[in-house]
Design a protein around this ligand. Structure first.
Ligand SMILES: C[S@@+](CC[C@H](N)C(=O)[O-])C[C@H]1O[C@@H](n2cnc3c(N)ncnc32)[C@H](O)[C@@H]1O
Length: 218
């Protein structure tokens, strides 16, 4: 795997895949983007005490990490399942250093040491299930309250942004469940609408005018 560590504009690190000409996060700020799209527009809009989260694309584990921090000071219980087709090599993970506090470094390592294909408690609030699988073939009987849709961009992976995939996401969500993503592409929005979602455009993180939040209403 040809991977380069990059520094994004807010000072946080991300990864760049030269072969795909794609980054794992926005070059305008990896942590800023994840906080804005997934934590602020996603996680913080949920009021339930028990939450099931599904993530498409575990990648560097940044969204898991930020969700753990956001959940730290409340008594919510979270089941967090994250799908990843190509887990990153350990040597790359070990080189990522986005954390000033030692306790954050320890949490990040715990997330990465968690086994694949098994649900384990990584904090008192969060049960993490890292699932090495391809979204195209993924099946589940669980119902989720929130989906972090964080695949590579639609022009790099068009097969993951189709109406069929969003129909699948719709089925995986509980009533009033929401899906958030950094992409605001017109075709993505139309595919979500075709799948039955109510879709709103929200202001995007730095460097992006908009992002999308799709809600399952029955
Ligand atoms: C934009 S990155 C995700 C960033 C990640 N959420 C983070 O916090 O670092 C997209 C991820 O989706 C994964 N991916 C690509 N195709 C996939 C597929 N068909 N099924 C599951 N994961 C896939 C990639 O390997 C990559 O790790």
């Amino acid at each position: 795997m040809n991977i380069k560590i990059i520094k994004t504009k807010d000072g946080s690190q991300s990864l760049y895949l030269p072969d795909l000409n794609e980054t794992y996060h926005s070059v305008f700020g990896a942590i800023t983007e994840s906080e804005h799209v997934y934590i602020e527009a996603g996680y913080k809009s949920l009021t339930k005490q028990k939450i099931n989260i599904l993530e498409i694309g575990f990648g560097t584990g940044l969204n898991v990490f930020l969700t753990c921090l956001a959940a730290k000071n409340n008594d919510k219980k979270i089941y967090y399942e994250t799908l990843e087709k190509h887990p990153l090599p350990q040597d790359i993970i070990l080189k990522l250093n986005n954390f000033e506090k030692e306790i954050h470094q320890i949490l990040f390592e715990r997330i990465h040491q968690a086994p694949w294909q098994k649900a384990v408690n990584i904090t008192p609030q969060i049960t993490l299930h890292k699932n090495q699988t391809d979204l195209l073939y993924y099946k589940t009987n669980k119902l989720f309250d929130l989906i972090y849709f964080d695949a590579f961009a639609p022009d790099k992976q068009p097969e993951l942004w189709t109406a069929e995939i969003f129909e699948k996401m719709y089925r995986f969500l509980d009533t009033d469940g929401i899906l958030v993503t950094y992409s605001a592409k017109g075709q993505v929005r139309r595919n979500m609408l075709a799948a039955g979602f109510k879709v709103v455009r929200l202001p995007g993180p730095p460097g992006k005018r908009e992002m999308l939040r799709a809600v399952k209403k029955t």
